[in-house]
Design a protein around this ligand. Structure first.
Ligand SMILES: Nc1ncnc2c1ncn2[C@@H]1O[C@H](COP(=O)(O)OP(=O)(O)O)[C@@H](O)[C@H]1O
Ligand SMILES: [Mg+2]
Length: 332
């Protein structure tokens, strides 16, 4: 059973340079109790996809096409893409049914209030817990995210916490309304590797314990491979390959997916600097190459085909799909 079904999602932004499609026909499901991952280099539309699901697109952005069906236990199914800015269902989307954590805790925490104050505000907003029990519940949440001394930490300000602790506090705040979907957008990117692993383990443990679904977003395919059940590989606003994680690891098909895997084995030059493995950089969303958007960087591009025709989705199996001319019948 699916908690979320995203279909043919197109998200556009109006900018000084014109209208840009940041997400361009994205489809995937998030199964109940499972973790779906979105991976791809910076700028490919991961965050915009998440923001569309949460219905928090900035004012210059809108959903041009497609649907985001959310199957709520209590409210039945509804299409997030059709909710108006003042729809009452948005209250559900923001905290009770879905919650989101970000790379930067400062997006969630205001520096001038204690973390306790801010988490209790979320508890008041998203639960029916009586006022005199909210502090106790906050301590329980801090305990759940394995913050030591929660009775003391609750009265500390964000700056008094280490980066990892702040991230834990942000997770506690996200859990306040017992959401069924937790969207984690690069939640550990600003942390060092050891803390990163602790936070990812915490998220996976919490997901198991609470039976939540997760949408895990990361630019690092290694992290995605370790934490998800299903993966969508994104490039310039499209999912170019979608597969169960195990299957993707065993049998990556899109040249971009293979290049991403190879990029984990980063190469170091003589001066010890790390070199990115995938040559070339991601074109911006205003200059999407013709044909397959990856063709200028692809080692297997076929002249006269990949640079002119848009590849269609090929179903490799019921659960594995790839959008690449190499697998189109016509190319063979
Ligand atoms: N508010 C905005 N206005 C205009 N363009 C935007 C806005 N937010 C994001 N974009 C564009 O949408 C594309 C996808 O961005 P994003 O989803 O943030 O990428 P990422 O995969 O790194 O999360 C980028 O080209 C970005 O410049
Ligand atoms: Mg992002």
């Amino acid at each position: 059973m699916n908690l979320v079904e995203v279909k043919d999602l197109v998200v556009r932004f109006r900018t000084d340079e014109g209208i840009v499609s940041a997400v361009n026909g994205v489809s995937f499901d998030i199964a109940v109790g499972k973790t779906m991952g979105l991976v791809g280099e910076s700028g490919c539309g991961k965050s915009v996809t998440a923001d569309a699901i949460m219905s928090i697109l900035p004012d210059n952005g809108w959903i041009e096409n497609g649907s985001i069906i959310y199957n709520s236990l209590h409210e039945g199914s509804f299409n997030v893409a059709e909710l108006g800015k003042k729809d009452k269902k948005l209250e559900l989307v923001h905290g009770k049914e879905m919650a989101m954590i970000f790379q930067e805790p400062s997006t969630s925490f205001c520096p001038v209030y204690t973390i306790g104050n801010q988490i209790i505000e979320a508890i008041a907003l998203h639960t029916n817990i009586p006022k005199d029990e909210q502090r106790e519940y906050c301590i329980e949440l801090l305990h759940k995210v394995r913050i030591s001394n929660p009775e003391q930490r609750i009265d500390e300000y964000p700056y008094q916490l280490s980066g990892g602790m702040r991230q834990r506090a942000m997770i506690a705040m996200a859990l306040a309304g017992s959401p069924r979907l937790l969207i984690a957008d690069e939640p550990t990117t600003s942390l060092d590797v050891t803390v990163q692993a602790q936070i990812l383990n915490l998220l996976l443990d919490l997901q198991q314990e609470l039976g939540m679904s997760m949408l895990m977003i990361n630019h690092n395919i290694g992290i995605i491979a370790e934490t998800t059940d299903m993966v969508g590989v994104m490039y310039l606003g499209k999912i170019v390959e979608l597969a169960p994680t195990k299957e993707l690891l065993a049998n990556p098909m899109h040249p971009y997916t293979r290049d991403l895997f190879r990029s984990i084995l980063q190469v170091t030059d003589q001066k010890g600097r790390k070199l990115a493995f995938i040559e070339g950089s991601v074109p911006d969303a205003y200059n999407i190459p013709k044909g397959c958007a990856y063709h200028p960087r692809c080692g297997q591009a076929i002249d006269g085909l990949c640079d002119t025709e848009l590849p269609v989705n090929c179903d490799i199996s019921d659960t594995h799909r790839v959008s690449c001319h190499l697998y189109n019948k016509r190319a063979q």
